[in-house]
Design a binder for this molecule. Structure first.
Ligand code: MLC
Ligand code: AMP
Length: 460
């Protein structure tokens, strides 16, 4: 028999409690969650896939769990997605139902989710090869692609992390990350439901909320940790936690150092991608070295394709946590693998003599990481070009103390303000994809072939 993906829900027991799950201040027990999710499962059973408007609420968790119980692939929708991004995700995924909404659009059927409902779900556990999620993620150009994540990959990743972090039902996990990406949803929600740990989602990942939550295990993107260390009172309040985990982008050295000074413990860094889930992590009982993301999870293999042995090069990975391809894009899927079946991460890495991995950069500057979000330069450029006043656009990521990188747009445009263009992208795509600064040029620097030369853009 297949082991249930959400192990702790399979048999609610004596460890259940009224606040087993808290999201943005509202709590429920695992038994209540299972009842509400059961009602969702019976409504969506048989659908090819369902979209979930992924606001940080307990209803979102019930919607995701309900669809997973019924074996229906979940397509998380960023709640702030503008019309273009939302339409793309719904069209491209073919999701028929949108959970968590009460009003249907032209094509989709809205399905309400009610935490007070109770229904038992008795369907069989779906096959580990079945799709758990289709997660939309940006490439260097074009619209986001849907990464197909099998249930077995989720299970392998979460079991690997439970092993690496000694993560058990005794833990209380705290974070406030968005529920439409791997970090906040797969690790941050399903991880708690698989290990049986209590979950406190703080709604927003603010230092004050983290300090007040009293957890044993904390997740954050580097921007969250950089804000925590600026709030000394909040940082000191985390001193009693068992493990502070950072991921989704490189943790700056000063933030690592300040976290150790203020909390008395070094953070644990782990590395992953939407397409691979988490593949490499520092272990709770291993050495926590600044700049190191640790060792491969159980079953994961890595190799660095470098010019010389021990040198830096592109990181390639293989193993049970990998996606099964981009939805409807066989060429893009094929291009993401080497001929001998390794996934090309696009990240530049080095492996130390003791096997610890360091991520030192990205092969393409057109993939931007801002606040831990992955944003394709091409997608923002296309959005800007949709504005009638813009004739040319080039988007880059510029080093930024708080966000890691900030999105900066260089445009050729007539009669439009910087703020109007920022708001246009925020409304069209989603808020975190907006440029933080716009620079107006007479023309973009181009080479003899007419191709824009981002390296020749003037400094800010
Ligand atoms: C600002 N706002 C606007 C706006 N400008 N709204 C509309 N139009 C505009 N022009 C509003 C926003 O709606 C929001 O409102 C508020 O301003 C703050 O937005 P922000 O400035 O963008 O937030 P910021 O403070 O920069 O956010 C920092 C952050 C966030 C760390 C909280 O970047 C974040 O949550 N990052 C996590 C990303 C993540 O989970 N990545 C994991 C990917 S998976 P309001 O009302 O909402 O406050 C992965 C795999 C792995 O990478 O390895 O983990
Ligand atoms: P995403 O698809 O949003 O999950 O983004 C994946 C990318 O985030 C990876 O390809 C890396 O570039 C980056 N990333 C994730 N974790 C880390 C980390 N610990 N250190 C450096 N970069 C990271």
């Amino acid at each position: 028999m297949t082991v249930p993906l959400l192990t702790s829900l399979a048999a609610p027991d004596a460890t259940d409690r009224p606040d087993a799950l808290t999201v943005a201040g509202r709590s429920c027990s695992r038994e209540e969650l299972l009842g509400a999710a059961g009602a969702v499962a019976s409504r969506v059973a048989g659908a090819a896939s369902v979209a979930v408007r992924a606001e940080a609420t307990p209803e979102t968790v019930a919607a995701v769990v309900g669809a997973l119980l019924a074996g229906v692939p979940v397509v998380p929708l960023p709640p702030d997605a503008g019309p273009a991004e939302r339409a793309h995700i719904l069209r491209d995924s073919g999701a028929e139902l949108v959970l968590g909404e009460t009003r249907g659009g032209r094509r989709e059927v809205a399905v309400p989710v009610d935490l007070r409902e109770r229904a038992a779900w008795s369907g069989p556990e779906p096959d580990p090869k079945a799709t758990a999620f289709v997660l939309y993620t940006s490439g260097t150009t074009g619209a986001p692609k849907g990464a197909i994540i099998p249930r077995g990959a989720v299970a392998a990743c979460l079991d690997g992390l439970a092993d690496a972090w000694q993560w058990t039902a005794e833990d209380t996990l705290v974070h406030g990350l968005p529920l439409f990406h791997v970090h906040g949803l797969v690790l941050g929600v399903l991880g708690a439901l698989r290990t049986g740990s209590r979950l406190v989602h703080t709604g927003r990942p603010t230092p004050e909320a983290y300090a007040a939550a009293g957890g044993s295990l904390y997740f954050g993107v580097p921007t969250v940790w950089s804000r925590v260390v600026r709030d000394h009172t909040a940082a000191r309040a985390l001193g009693g936690a068992r493990l502070l985990v950072s991921g989704s982008a490189a943790l700056p050295a000063p933030v690592f150092r300040d976290l150790e000074a203020l909390t008395g413990q070094r953070p644990v860094e782990r590395y992953g991608m939407t397409e691979t889930l988490i593949t490499v992590s520092t272990r709770a009982d291993g050495e926590r070295r600044q700049g190191s993301v640790g060792v491969p999870l159980p079953g994961v293999r890595t190799r660095v394709v470098a010019a010389e042995e021990g040198g830096i090069g592109e990181l390639e990975v293989s193993g049970p946590t990998l996606f099964s391809g981009y939805l409807g894009r066989p060429e893009a899927t094929a291009a993401s693998y080497t001929a001998d079946g390794w996934f090309r991460t696009g990240d530049i890495a080095a492996v130390d003599a003791d096997g610890a991995h360091r991520i030192v950069g990205r092969a393409s500057t057109d993939l931007i990481k801002s606040g831990g979000y992955r944003i394709g330069a091409g997608e923002v450029e296309n959005a800007l070009l949709d504005h009638p006043a813009v004739s040319e656009a080039a988007v880059v990521g510029v080093a930024h103390e708080d966000l890691g990188q900030e999105i900066v747009a260089y445009v050729v445009a007539e009669g439009v303000s910087e703020q109007a263009l920022i708001d246009f992208v925020a409304a069209h795509l989603s808020v975190h994809k907006r440029p933080r600064r716009v620079r107006f040029l007479d023309a973009l620097p181009r080479n003899a072939m007419g191709k824009p030369q981002k390296k020749l853009l003037p400094p800010l």
